[in-house]
Design a protein around this ligand. Structure first.
Ligand code: NAD
Length: 356
């Protein structure tokens, strides 16, 4: 197993160090090689995605990333900014499937803005298509009409094969997540009543579902899905949707949990090679203070074991260790409540290792 470790900027190095600590404690047969990306890449070689970093990522089975970005780079030319490094590596690795779980540990139910009984025990996986849809469709642009008025155009488009491959990811994940005795569920989100692109989306999902008789497929219009995520989020298991709807719904779902420091993510290619990173950014405001929450990154490492390395048992061990550390009362500042044991970033990493 070859793993590229890209700590990045801000709190990136601190949180990634905790995930590495947890992985090392599992004694896996894994080589880990570190390289700079984002602002760190720019500092090292004048490029937010240095050639050597890209090559390392291409040669590895998976990439574990911290976060990129710092306000001090905001004045750089666009192509030199840290975020460009991230967009380029996602494209170079052809990561078309974005997995964003929204999981709320019962111990943290008070952190959500919703009532604890609505969100406690929430466990949703949003599968978002990442390389197509209205974000990339041509034609696009702003032009001036003959009457002098300006017009903006974007084009929503998906071809069948793009829909099928993201659908397959969602169905496969639903099978992996299935609890014994329960039916796996996929809810496909579209706007098939208005948009032909998503009418095709729905047709392809229905065709594909014939290959997955164990999975119950349902459909929901995106406006209703946005409402249902707030009204009764626990009705969902796996949700699959296109790029723009997924962008919005995954952020909505992540806020159900109320704590940005807890949410992992994965982006996969067709062979389940993946890049794993926390959903949050580089938090320059708290960088270097040993107060960041490393759990999203540690949970990203668990996703990596599950989705790229097919190692369900060690993924489960990490997730259980995180649960145990929370149950023992350990909290970083962002999730701290009265009566808990407030700890720093590295102590939280130690607590998870001890709980393994
Ligand atoms: P952010 O997610 O970095 O921070 C938002 C708030 O959440 C801050 O108050 C921060 O302190 C807090 N926070 C974030 N992660 C935390 C953690 N693990 N533990 C405790 N608190 C945490 O978003 P932002 O402030 O809008 O952006 C900061 C920088 O991050 C920018 O340069 C932005 O471009 C970059 N960014 C990078 C990514 C990425 O690498 N994927 C994503 C979003 C933003």
């Amino acid at each position: 197993m070859k793993l590229a470790i890209l700590p990045g900027d801000g709190i990136g190095p601190e949180i990634v160090a905790q995930a590495v600590k947890v992985l090392k404690a599992l004694n896996l047969n894994m080589t880990m090689t570190e390289a700079p990306i984002g602002g760190a890449g720019y500092e090292a070689s004048g490029d937010p995605l240095p050639d050597a970093t890209l090559q390392l990522a291409l040669d590895s089975d998976a990439v574990l990333l911290g976060a990129v970005g710092d306000w001090k780079y905001d004045k750089l030319e666009r192509h030199l900014r840290p975020e460009r490094g991230l967009l380029r590596i996602r494209k170079a690795l052809n990561l078309f499937a974005n997995l964003r779980p929204a999981l709320l540990y019962p111990e943290l139910a008070g952190a959500s803005t919703l009532k604890p009984e609505v969100v406690s025990g929430l466990d949703i996986m949003i599968v978002r298509e990442l390389t197509g849809d209205i974000y990339f469709g041509q034609p696009r642009g702003i032009s001036t009409l003959s009457n002098g008025e300006r017009e903006g155009i974007n084009t929503m488009r998906y071809c069948e094969s793009e829909i099928r491959r993201i659908g397959r990811v969602a169905f496969d994940i639903a099978m992996k997540r299935r609890q014994s005795g329960q039916k796996a569920k996929v809810c496909s989100v579209d706007k098939a009543n208005v948009l032909e692109t998503t009418e095709l989306w729905r047709q392809v999902m229905i065709e594909l579902s014939a290959e997955y008789p164990e999975v119950e497929l349902s459909h929901m219009y995106v406006d209703n899905a946005a409402m249902q995520l707030i009204r009764a989020p626990k009705q969902f298991d796996v949700m699959v949707t296109g790029n723009i709807f997924g962008d919005i719904l995954s952020d909505e779902a992540s806020m159900l949990t109320g704590s940005i420091g807890m949410l992992p993510s994965a982006s996969l290619d067709e062979n389940n090679k993946g890049m794993y990173e926390p959903s949050h950014g580089s938090a320059p405001d708290i960088a270097g203070k040993n107060i960041a929450n490393p759990l999203a990154t540690i949970l990203s490492a668990a996703m990596m074991l599950r989705y790229t390395f097919n190692d369900e048992s060690n993924a489960f061990r990490i997730e259980n260790a995180v649960k145990k550390a929370l149950a023992q009362g350990y909290r970083t500042a962002d999730i701290a409540t009265d009566g808990c044991k407030q700890v720093g970033c590295s102590e939280m990493g130690d607590a998870v290792v001890a709980a393994l």
